[in-house]
Design a protein around this ligand. Structure first.
Ligand SMILES: [Zn+2]
Length: 311
């Protein structure tokens, strides 16, 4: 097993968090509603998850890290979702999140949007560059693979996958410059100061388009030393709604060299990848369900680190 560090987040009540998110998001969206609701049945469209909810022992893991990808990839960095569920002290957890695929299994580099539970159902999607036309190729991971692996880095939200109370966020027409997840993080920052708060869940970009990247199939031959190098290496796309997104966010890093936000998305129309922001602020509509996490698990933290490629 990899080295695991554990940290207890500050866990605000849903009532308090509702007010905090409403106040913060109002500064960045023209039309915002935040309320406490029963988690909708996530086995239904558009989610089609293998479990009904995102409640029950909510926790976050930050696995590996960008330092395993750049400047040069460490292809031996492979993680198993079932093992990680145990490392998160929740065997058989339902896991949502964003990660890179294991190059050992797939042989290429790509983005994973994950969902998995007991008995190990890997509902992950894999987004890669289509070798035929250079566009996006989104596939269900289990159509081609039987393992539950990912590689290099992952940001995961785990729960028992149960129904329960969640925070529903509706945010339409973006007026600020930050993306939806950053806005949520900034709302938390404004209220909780230096208390670390973590959240996960799922949101749908219901209308509009979004800037999404996919990693190229080949790792870079030359070292990627700066954010600009990484940007030039990644392939960017504008993808259309509806996009189902798996956000993991933390405000603020209690000293574990964390990635503070990471969101991957999939769709039912063949598009998916790593979410940066929407490209249609005037028409965008977000609908999300969130739960504050109780614990952070830092798994296999890189010993040598840097701040390149954290967007
Ligand atoms: Zn990503």
């Amino acid at each position: 097993m990899a080295r695991v560090e554990k940290f207890a987040f500050h866990v605000p009540s849903l009532e308090e968090l509702t007010g905090v998110l409403l106040n913060g998001l109002k500064e960045n969206f023209a039309d915002v509603q935040v309320s406490i609701v029963d988690c909708p049945d996530l086995t239904q469209e558009p989610f089609m998850f293998p479990v009904k909810g995102i409640c029950g022992k909510p926790r976050i893991a930050d696995v590996g890290g960008v330092p395993y990808l750049v400047p040069l990839p460490q292809k031996d960095k492979v993680y198993d979702l079932n093992t990680m569920a145990k490392e998160m002290e929740l065997p058989g957890a339902f896991i949502l999140g964003a990660g890179a695929v294991s190059s050992r299994i797939v042989g290429v580099n790509a983005e994973v949007a994950q969902s998995e539970n007991k008995p190990a159902v890997n509902g992950s999607y894999i987004a890669q560059i289509n070798p035929e036309d250079g566009g996006c190729l989104l596939e269900k991971y289990r159509n081609k693979h039987t393992d539950c692996e990912c590689g290099l880095l992952a940001n995961l939200y785990a729960s028992k996958g149960l129904p329960g109370k969640v925070i529903e966020v509706k945010a339409n027409r973006r007026t600020g410059e930050h993306n939806f997840v950053t806005c949520i993080k900034k709302s938390i920052e404004k209220h909780y100061g230096d208390k670390p708060v973590g959240m996960g869940g799922t949101f749908v970009i219901q209308k509009g388009k979004a800037k999404i990247h996919i990693m190229p199939p080949e790792f870079s031959m030359c070292p990627l030393n700066t954010d600009e190098d990484v940007n030039n290496w990644l392939k960017y796309f504008e993808m259309k709604a509806p996009l189902i997104c798996q956000p993991v966010l933390v405000y603020r890093d209690p000293g574990f060299d964390l990635r503070l936000e990471h969101t991957h998305c999939f769709s039912h129309h063949g598009e998916g990848g790593h979410y940066h922001t929407d490209t249609t602020p005037d028409s965008v509509q977000y609908l999300g369900y969130f739960v504050p996490a109780e614990f952070l698990f830092r798994i296999d933290r890189p010993k040598e680190t840097h701040l390149v490629g954290r967007d």
